[in-house]
Design a protein around this ligand. Structure first.
Ligand SMILES: [Zn+2]
Length: 110
């Protein structure tokens, strides 16, 4: 798939990031938000250290401001606004009010 060289360090960092993010989600579900955001901070730190970009679900899955994992209905409010070409997702962090918008493309037809 990727033409880049396989790097054990990056691979390990990625595994750790995924694992830590999973822990962060679990803690958030237990409403231990301080612990949850500590885990997310670690995920971000690992990413910088190993120069690995976290997978998209992680990048979009936490609040950039208070680092809490965004779980719809618990820590985040998700609204979808439909527009001509695609839809816009608006995520609001319920803990600090941070708002994130991103576009999602509707299925391509050829
Ligand atoms: Zn927040």
């Amino acid at each position: 798939m990727s033409t880049r060289k396989w790097s054990p360090v990056k691979d390990l960092a990625l595994q750790r990031m995924k694992y830590l993010f999973k822990l962060a989600l679990e803690e958030a579900r237990r409403r231990r938000y301080n612990l949850a955001s500590r885990y997310v901070e670690l995920v971000v730190k690992y990413g910088h250290k190993a120069r690995v970009k976290p997978p998209r679900y992680i990048r979009r899955g936490y609040c950039r401001k208070c680092k809490v994992p965004l779980i719809p209905g618990l820590t985040a409010r998700v609204r979808i606004q439909s527009e001509g070409k695609g839809s816009r997702v608006v995520m609001t962090c319920l803990r600090c009010g941070w708002i994130r918008r991103f576009m999602i493309k509707t299925s391509k037809r050829k």
